[in-house]
Design a protein around this ligand. Sequence first.
Ligand code: ADP
Ligand code: MG
Length: 376
Amino acid sequence: MSDYKNFEAEILVESPGRINLIGEHLDYNGGQVLPAAINLKVRLHFRKNGSSKCNCYSKNYDDHFAFDLNQIKISEKEWHNYFLGVVHFIDQAHPNKIGGFDCIVESELPIGSGVSSSAALECGIAKGLDQLFSIGLTDDEIITMSRDAEHHFVGTKCGIMDQFAVVRGKKGNLIRLDCNDQSYKYVPADFNSYAIVLLNTNVSHNLATSEYNLRRQECESGLKSIQAKYPGQKVLAQVPEEIVNEIGPGLASKTFDRIRYVVQENARTIAASEALAKGDLMTFGQNLFESHSGLSQLYEVSCPELDFLVDLAKSFEGVIGSRMMGGGFGGCTINLVQHDQVDAFIAAASQAYSEKFNIQLSPFTVAIGDGVKLVS
Ligand code: ADP
Ligand code: MG
């Protein structure tokens, strides 16, 4: 398998990463989000091998592993579990369709940096197996099985947004997704003379998983307290801010901050997408800056590196909006930058960042692309 250059694949699937313009930490709170698939992707080459064995090779990790279809159990190595989980859930819903296969994965996405290399991988596996074995999975099945693999095999209790964007992404469009009922519509991403620039901090603080799970608990407990007086309130992101302000002061102060952030971010996401529809990019960008303030001060999922880059972006004339993107504690900032200022912005940010933190910044400009697809 490691001689991947001579590997003769039957099919090739490309599966993109995703960005989220605004609506952070809202997917598990039933809120509105505004993601899109990007032009950077993972490529997955598949072939059947006629046995009950599955061989998987990650070019990025130069690592190979094999498993038997009759013996699927969670592995100690995280990346194995994306394969094991997706195979498990497909097999549960469509027994005896999957046979042995070989798969090579090569990704141009930064891994673990908030552009969802994980959803790209798991949705790419699901799409590839669907095509290779003519299973007939619907897009909804690919989304939910990939999410279930991440929950139950990898152990990340992610929302639905990442898989949704990876599967339903459409070139030139954002997806306005309601994570409560999963209704969605495409919103043309008319950024005119602005480019989408991601600045990868190249840090990932190890608080990310524990704090992520804690935020979920804090939000659940905040909603329960609200429901004690207002049982009709089923979805945190949809609770009117007056109710949050009435109940909040009686809660632990951190819980109040968390739920305030959620309802404010939901309102900001709606305002931002309305501004975009009207072509009001300044208001759209302003909402991104405010989203970052909320994430940093109320939701407390930022870190010094992310705050530094957003502050720098605020003072840079060609940038109209900037915020941390993804779970937080590292990963990327997303910036809307005037096209003719992109190089200057990247140069200034890279220099200031390495002077301050002694870490190399990884900047990249992304375009909005299509969702996971069979290429050949
Ligand atoms: P993100 O989704 O933001 O990139 P995650 O921590 O959710 O970050 O997912 C990263 C994990 O996904 C990696 O630790 C690895 O287990 C898996 N992964 C992603 N891309 C690859 C790849 N090309 N090869 C092997 N594993 C990968
Ligand atoms: Mg992920």
